[in-house]
Design a protein around this ligand. Sequence first.
Ligand code: KIV
Length: 273
Amino acid sequence: MSVTIELKSNKVTVAVMRKMKATGEKISMLTAYDFTMASLLDQGGVDVILVGDSAGNVMAGYDTTLPVTLDQMIYHGASVRRGVKRALLVVDMPFGTCCGNPYDSLANAVAIMKGTGAEALKIEGGEELLPDIKKIIAAGIPVMGHLGLMPQSVHRYGGFGLRAQSEAEAEKLRRDALLLQEAGCFAITLEKIPAGLAGEIAASLSIPIIGIGAGGNVDGQVLVVHDLLGMNRDFSPKFVRKYADLYSIITEAVSGYVSDVKSIKFPSQDEWY
Ligand code: KIV
């Protein structure tokens, strides 16, 4: 029995991303963790939807992404899948699921692909993880690399500060990016590094470089959707632009509802059966 996958003509694929890099069209990417938000982002026209392990921060309230499990990523990924038609769907491999045993890493990658319907995976790490990444790519799974600030390595760095400020770290990053391209990654996310270095890497590689806190001379941008929508008053780093103030909109809506319930203004008779 043959299965035909019908792709809509405007569907974003890894090949479309390659073309966008070649033609200079910038790539927009946002995170999503649930069906409703994913549908909104897809209808808003975002090119790539990432089910980030930042789910651990914005959905679960952890301080780091380390506690996030494979099963939790599969749950979020499958929920997002049902809301996405056009965007390329990428799911993060969470901490500890791709770390030095290529056969285990492949089994985890396959579990995410099967359990979510994702079209690609994102993996934090460079040269140290090349055998794992190559194994996953060899199985037909597109991989987006992630370098610079890698939140899964927060305890190695001692915080979430700007990375690659020393020439030694910048040189390792340049080398890791090239190795990821040579290993077959279709794109790389660069997080929180100097804009000059990110622009240099984007200019020297043929695969798209998506930046977050990495300046404007890259091939695309990614933000956590809760940051872009202004849902959190306690997190306002320089690289986040808030396109809405949902914190105020939601808290005002909730306090309006509470006040209407208390004063018996809700429900009114035309809202009864
Ligand atoms: O997990 C995530 O949301 C990410 C983005 C910040 C790139 O990796």
